[in-house]
Ligand binder design. Sequence first.
Ligand SMILES: Cc1cc2nc3c(=O)[nH]c(=O)nc-3n(C[C@H](O)[C@H](O)[C@H](O)COP(=O)(O)OP(=O)(O)OC[C@H]3O[C@@H](n4cnc5c(N)ncnc54)[C@H](O)[C@@H]3O)c2cc1C
Length: 449
Amino acid sequence: MMIADAQRSEMDRSIDELDVIVIGGGPAGSTASTLIAQQGYRVRLLERERFPRFHIGESLIPETYWVLKRLNMLPKMQASRFVKKYSVQFVTSSGKQSAPFYFWDNKPHECSQTWQVVRSEFDTMMLNNAREHGVDAREAVRVLDVLMNGERAVGVRVQEPDGGIRELFAKVIVDASGQTGIMMNKLKMRVWDPLLNKGAVWTYWEGAYRDTGKDEGATMVLQTSNRLGWFWYIPLHDNRVSVGVVAPFDYLFKGRGSHEQIYNEEVERCPAVAERVASARRITGYFATRDYSYRSERVAGDGWVVIGDAFGFLDPLYSSGVLLALKSGEMAADAICDGLRNGDTSAARLGHWGPLLNQGIDRMRRLVCEYYEGFSFGNFVRNFPDLRGKVTDLLIGDLFTDKVDVVWGPMESLYGQGKQAPSSWDSGMPDEVVATKHNELTLPDGVRP
Ligand SMILES: Cc1cc2nc3c(=O)[nH]c(=O)nc-3n(C[C@H](O)[C@H](O)[C@H](O)COP(=O)(O)OP(=O)(O)OC[C@H]3O[C@@H](n4cnc5c(N)ncnc54)[C@H](O)[C@@H]3O)c2cc1C
């Protein structure tokens, strides 16, 4: 859309023009805005909700450490009540447990301890941290549209808390609006992943089973007996546990009853989960989402960048979402500061990191697809004990280097006859299938998004 602002004089505009506007105050938006403000630029962050607000995505992975460090968030995380996470463990459909993958064994450094976070608390800490670094973060401000001047993004139209409509201008617009994907929808850039079509149903328990010592905070990934789904089991503070099932969307929701019925049926298919919650008290209703993985065709254009879920969403199997939000926020912030310093906010300058990000996501996606196609961590490590460290590198989120690529050949050597490596995220699907895709979140009564 051409903007009403076109009539305003250049002088008028430059008076109130910001350097950067960031849409969304989740982990991606807080990261990008903080790192840009650290360099002395004027950043305004616009968040639709009032924090704290509910969000899913509770298990962090160790490589978040390095971005949290740049954000000066580590002391806050260390002083928080978030449960410390040292490992991830897999349980097969027959109940066989892999040995835990302890991150420390692989990298004896404090980065190998990460956290299980309650996102309403974590996101609020991140947003307040952004404010402490000079970001002007406003809540209850909804971005209605990104304003374009030709191909270039120049501002946003917003609805203020009092309902008033306003236009704001900046040299760069960062879309960190999560699955809303404002720019992706506006420019029709969303590419649905042809392989990863999942749904999830989850709830929260108090008093469920917890391991002790350094295993207390382990994420467990437990396959259901029919191998169609898997449960996450994430211990949180205040004696709570987040327990959810992920499975192909059609299987999980089509022709089945309420979310409660579906959940209970799947718990029955997973005795290791049933045992763990048997004497616990359920403290919320049931949450559900349909979560088709997707990515944007581009990370940037003239004057705009997309990060976090507003760029892409990957199946939550390995808890990589917050890491990718932080990493893309960091990559974008560095490119934006470089662009502002050099007076060049072209697509090429703002988005040169796109291929690196895509490559990293490709690696995690490959591991996700392999799991859904029958890959067993236990079996792999038995066959290739020397590669345990490289698999752990992938699990901690060390994705942006080719050193981990040595695992793919050996993995393929264990394929049964006729099996092939998974097709790529952009290998396409028929238009009539694309037309049926949209992600949605159903919350129980009383929970705000
Ligand atoms: C079932 C499930 C389980 C998951 N488990 C994990 C996990 O264990 N670990 C993990 O790391 N990740 C997990 N994820 C992924 C994780 O939730 C996301 O990847 C992560 O939250 C992305 O962060 P973000 O900042 O990009 O987006 P978000 O966290 O979604 O933040 C976007 C923000 O933008 C705001 N916004 C939206 N539209 C507008 C607008 N028009 N104007 C202003 N503001 C707007 C929203 O209110 C929101 O606060 C999971 C996801 C799902 C679906």
